[in-house]
Design a protein around this ligand. Structure first.
Ligand code: PMP
Ligand code: GLU
Length: 401
């Protein structure tokens, strides 16, 4: 069948595909431990959900302005100002149906045919698809593995051409958990500014951070003169366990925000009004919101410590990127490849069949030597999963010996 040029090269989201398969197998009665999709296993804090419930009761059930209720745009700006000590203009904020739509808005507003967009690799699986849907060309750029793949201006210089229009990266990173320090991010921001390249930073995991500060460095922590043109992407999905509410936002110049809003007005209109009310509740009380995020992050930190310890003990031959933020372990499995299992997809399929542990192959994130597991699940399940993986890997080794 002939599909439109728009979607002829489109691949479905691998993260969602694996987690859908895992859920289906569970429903069929298989004993599956689903470490695929990155989704906090906590409930949304009740005080935030209550905001939506009262909103519905108060009749906040109609269309809102496309870029979000004015009070919410104001609260998001206030939250960013509270954290950064910087002035943040509400008319630069566009609220969307999840950070995914914010990224989509940014790509469609800024990039098009003939443009190259650098994507820090390993990358979140949707970035190249979104850029391709905008008919621009994704160009992957990777930092050194010994530097957790974080980009330097030198890496960027090697990848950039006359056609480079944008750079997309996530920090903390999905899938690696690597985090740019303020100085590292500043160097990248200055590079983008000097080159006249749009910098799109996905900061959705900024509060799920294992360093000493309450959150990872983001664009607003940098000196103002380091910033050129940028779009900052964030949202409530991860920090407040709100994946199903579908609220994300972009913060950029008022001019770009207007264009993104115009685009969104033809796609989805506003994000769901009750969800906006929940987000309004969260962002209007920064201290309480940060305390709720910190509580969940404490659990993720404990699990990060557990998973990395168990990996070192039970799977000592599988190197991984030390997760400094987010809730993923990105580990290398290419030493286990053989003729019957020669890439990350085959390895994940084998593990799903043999052990019931569902994970996402690294090829979905641009590196076929790796596999991603999400540790946003209970300590017991994580222990069980790693135990099963270790047994399978030892068994395969013994069989091959
Ligand atoms: N960016 C990254 C790096 C993500 O991992 C995700 C996953 N949900 C998103 C964006 C999209 O988040 P949302 O649920 O807000 O659309
Ligand atoms: N972002 C999560 C992940 O990487 C959720 C799935 C998705 O939105 O793609 O697994």
């Amino acid at each position: 069948m002939g599909f439109s040029q728009n979607i002829s090269r489109l691949q479905p989201s691998a993260t969602i595909a694996v987690s859908t398969l895992a859920k289906k197998l569970t429903a069929e009665g298989r004993d599956i431990i689903n470490l695929s999709a990155g989704e906090p296993d906590f409930d949304t804090p009740a005080w935030i959900s209550d905001g939506a419930v009262s909103g519905i009761r108060d009749g906040r059930t109609r269309y809102t302005p496309t870029p979000g209720m004015p009070a919410l745009r104001q609260a998001v700006a206030g939250f960013m100002a509270h954290e950064s000590g910087r002035e943040v203009a509400p008319d630069g904020v566009v609220v969307s149906n999840g950070a995914k739509q914010s990224l989509f808005n940014a790509a469609f507003t800024l990039f098009g045919p003939g443009d190259e967009v650098l994507i820090g690799s390993p990358y979140w699986t949707s970035y190249p698809q979104i850029v391709t849907l905008a008919r621009a060309e994704p160009v992957f750029v990777s930092g050194a593995e010994s530097r957790e793949f974080l980009l330097t201006p030198e890496d960027l210089d090697r990848a950039a051409t006359q056609r480079t229009r944008g750079l997309i990266l996530s920090s903390p990173s999905n899938p690696t958990g690597a985090v740019y320090s303020g100085a590292e991010l500043e160097a990248v921001a200055r590079w983008a500014r000097d080159r006249g390249v749009w910098l799109v930073t996905d900061e959705i995991y900024r509060h799920i951070y294992y360093g000493d500060e309450p959150s990872a460095a983001g664009l607003l922590s940098l000196p103002a003169d380091a910033l050129g043109d940028f779009v900052l992407i964030d949202g409530v999905s991860k920090s407040w366990a709100m994946t199903g509410w579908r609220i994300g936002y972009a913060y950029t110049s008022a001019e770009v925000a207007k264009k993104m809003s115009a685009l969104q007005s033809h796609m989805t209109s506003n994000a769901a009004a009750p969800s906006q009310m929940a987000a309004l509740t969260a962002y209007s009380d920064p201290e309480r919101a940060l305390a709720s995020a910190a509580e969940m992050t404490a659990a993720f930190r404990r699990r990060r410590d557990l998973v990395t310890r168990l990996f070192r003990e039970a799977l000592p031959d599988l190197p991984f990127v030390e997760p400094r933020g987010a809730f993923y372990l990105f580990f290398r499995v290419d030493s286990l490849f053989d003729d019957s299992c020669a890439d990350s997809s085959a390895w994940c399929t084998r593990m799903l069949e043999d052990t019931g542990v569902a994970m996402v192959p690294g090829v979905a994130f641009g590196d076929d030597r790796f596999v991603r597991l999400s540790f946003a699940t209970s300590d017991e399940l994580l222990e069980q999963a790693i135990h099963r993986l270790a047994e399978a890997v030892a068994g395969a080794g013994a069989a091959g010996a």
